[in-house]
Design a protein around this ligand. Structure first.
Ligand SMILES: [Fe+2]
Length: 192
């Protein structure tokens, strides 16, 4: 881990950082129970286990004062009518926020609070999104032919709570309707 100030580059077309410490790959099998169309999910999984998204992280100490940062790349595709997306999470330390900067593609950040407030914000190149503390967040790629690439920064002590979303899902879904993305209520929200 670096002990002096450092720089790196994020360059197109893929925006993979010129230096990184961790490369995480999440496949369809990691998304059990998250997609509305469970039959389509099972059918796809029987055919293989496609790569849905990747994260490149620069390692820093997981303590308050440090800033964890990296790149998220959500590949294009559909499971049933639902666009490819990340698992989504609350921060373990709920009172911590996050900043996303969209570098490439077209998509949405789906967000909600434990109290049931929801927000869905479009992402496109040049757009900055500030995710307030307490808001769970999930990136959705709403393009069928291009990656959604975002740069993210969040506090070193934030941690991740994936379990709550794995159990209940998000209240809002982004689905393809007549070839266009639409935001709809999740009829399975809260069901295991
Ligand atoms: Fe986060």
């Amino acid at each position: 881990m670096k002990t002096v100030p450092f720089t790196f580059e994020l360059a197109g077309p893929d925006f993979v950082p010129s230096t990184y410490d961790n490369h995480i790959q999440r496949r369809l099998s990691a998304m059990k129970g998250q997609y509305l169309d469970q039959a389509a999910y099972a059918a796809m999984l029987a055919e293989g286990d496609p790569l849905l998204y990747e994260v490149y992280e620069l390692q820093r100490p997981t303590v308050a004062g440090e800033l964890l940062h990296g790149i998220s790349i959500v590949h294009p595709g559909l499971v049933g009518d639902e666009y490819n997306m990340t698992k989504g999470h609350f921060h373990e330390v709920l009172e911590t926020g996050e900043i996303y900067y969209c570098l490439k593609g077209r998509g949405f950040m789906v967000m909600e609070t434990p109290e049931g407030e929801t927000a869905v914000e479009p992402l496109f190149p040049g757009r900055v999104l500030y995710v307030l503390p307490r808001w769970a967040h999930r990136s959705v790629n709403a393009s069928l032919d291009e990656d959604l690439v975002t740069f993210f920064v969040y506090p070193g002590n934030a941690g991740h709570d994936y379990g709550t979303i794995e159990k209940q899902g998000f209240r809002k879904l982004v689905v393809a309707q007549d070839g266009e993305p639409a935001i709809v209520d999740n009829p399975r929200w809260g069901q295991p």
